[in-house]
Design a protein around this ligand. Structure first.
Ligand SMILES: *[C@@H]1O[C@H](CO)[C@@H](O)[C@H](O)[C@H]1NC(C)=O
Ligand SMILES: *[C@@H]1O[C@H](CO)[C@@H](O)[C@H](O)[C@H]1NC(C)=O
Ligand SMILES: *[C@@H]1O[C@H](CO)[C@@H](O)[C@H](O)[C@H]1NC(C)=O
Ligand SMILES: *[C@@H]1O[C@H](CO)[C@@H](O)[C@H](O)[C@H]1NC(C)=O
Length: 405
């Protein structure tokens, strides 16, 4: 069950290890005199100049030389917010007060998570949002003195809001100065904007930038972003507060239930040719579907899809809330207003593509596996099935899967 997979992305990237190393160095910087630090630092660097150069590049990349954001001395910023966005998502040895404060975050030992982003951590709204022919646009600027611990923070972010149809909204946060990877999926390109949408989007600049999507008919907020927005070169994070904990989807995972757990459960998505194994629940699996369906209290449903194909993890918190963390691409969200669950799924597949109609013959009995290393061995299996009177329409030896596969 990947909800226990606190290790999450740490399995796939060394950023967390690098981070720990960097933070360990930062910790040392705090406790010892600078002379002693640099003394021991260079004593460690007995390697070549190239190695030292590379290390400096790494440290600079992780913000070693920039002033960390500082929530200390500002108790207002650390009053427990209604949603606590984990500032030490990698957990483990890093989960200490020192590391927490060094990241400019707030520490409350008794809480889960103990280390969380202060109010107002993120981006400031730059000027006024402007109307466009398809919706709205607004520029954001990274707040000064609040670097993320991940390095390469994107300083200026563009938020484009598209009122695509009455039931479909798209919100795209991207870097206007540098092209980043976007999933090459052809998506509908609406002209103009929906005239009578089921939703309303509002932008807030209080503390920091946030946006809220509301279901107009019920005046209900269905997705309201919280503190801790990060868009950096290799780490993007956004938290949304949800109207109900009836949340389904976010496959492929091995959580043994349809209604997802929201006790800070973590689902990791990074596809790999690997079947589910109940004994190793944190493993990555075949499919990646960063889509959930949420049923609101009155039975209306909506769906949220993050169009991003990088390795990601999604944490569901008790408020309830959802936190997306991904290591690349952009934050490109689609909201589907349903309101029936069937309508939500139809609206979703309208964007990602419908499943195809399977051919009639493919509905028959199949025998499929890897390990048929020669044509003769495949033939033997077919004959064995025939001899035993087992009906069979297809016996496809899987491509690229010969021998022990
Ligand atoms: C402390 O944090 C609050 C809430 O984010 C903010 O409004 C205020 O300006 C901060 N005060 C200082 C001195 O930074
Ligand atoms: C956002 O920034 C760009 C580039 O500086 C500018 O052309 C555009 O007018 C800005 N948009 C808004 C809504 O301020
Ligand atoms: C959430 O609850 C489930 C079931 O009660 C439990 O197995 C799991 O460990 C919990 N997860 C976390 C992160 O607390
Ligand atoms: C496959 O089986 C046929 C018939 O039994 C035999 O003649 C042939 O040598 C076999 N081929 C291989 C590569 O074993």
């Amino acid at each position: 069950m990947s909800q226990t997979g606190k290790k999450g992305l740490a399995q796939y990237r060394s950023i967390n290890e690098d981070d720990e190393e960097t933070l360990a160095l930062r910790g040392r910087r705090q406790r010892r005199s600078p002379v002693c630090i640099w003394g021991s630092f260079f004593a460690l660097m007995t390697g070549t100049l190239v190695f030292i150069g590379a290390t400096f590049a790494l440290l600079a990349g992780f913000g070693f030389f920039s002033a960390p954001g500082d929530a200390r001395g500002n108790e207002t910023a650390c009053e427990l917010p209604n949603v606590r966005v984990n500032c030490i998502p990698e957990g483990g040895r890093s989960e200490t007060e020192d590391v927490c404060l060094e990241r400019g975050c707030c520490w409350a030992k008794e809480e889960t998570p103990s280390c969380f982003y202060p109010k107002g951590f993120g981006y400031a709204v730059d000027g006024q949002p402007a109307d466009t022919s398809t919706g709205k646009t607004v520029n954001l600027t990274r707040k000064t003195g609040q670097p993320s611990q991940y390095g390469g923070d994107i300083k200026t972010v563009r938020v484009d809001i598209f009122y695509e149809t009455s039931y479909r909204l798209r919100v795209k946060l991207w870097d206007p100065r540098k092209k980043r990877y976007e999933v090459p999926l052809p998506t509908p390109e609406p002209q103009g904007q929906a005239s009578n949408p089921l939703y309303k989007v509002s932008i807030s600049r209080e503390d920091s930038f946030s946006f809220t999507v509301q279901r107009t008919s019920a005046s209900r907020d269905i997705f309201s972003t919280a503190t801790g927005l990060i868009l950096s070169s290799q780490y993007l994070q956004l938290t949304g507060i949800l109207p109900s904990d009836n949340i389904y989807g976010l496959g492929e995972h091995a959580m043994d239930r349809f209604k997802l757990l929201t006790n800070n459960s973590v689902l990791t998505l990074f596809s790999r040719d690997q079947p589910p194994n109940p004994d190793k629940p944190g493993q990555n699996l075949y499919g990646v579907h960063p889509f959930y369906l949420c049923m609101e209290q009155d039975g209306s449903s909506h769906g949220v899809f993050l169009l991003n194909s990088n390795a990601m993890e999604i944490e569901l918190g008790p408020l309830p809330s959802v936190t997306y963390r991904t290591i690349g691409g952009i934050l490109d969200f689609y909201f589907f207003l349903g309101p029936s669950p069937e309508a939500v799924v139809q609206q979703y597949t309208e964007v990602i593509g419908r499943p195809f109609m399977p051919p009639y013959w493919s509905l028959g009995f199949h025998l499929c596996r890897w390990g048929y290393d020669t044509a003769n061995n495949t033939l033997k299996v077919v004959e064995r099935m025939r001899d035993s009177g087992i009906p069979q329409i297809m016996c496809p030896p899987q491509q690229g899967r010969t021998g022990s596969g």
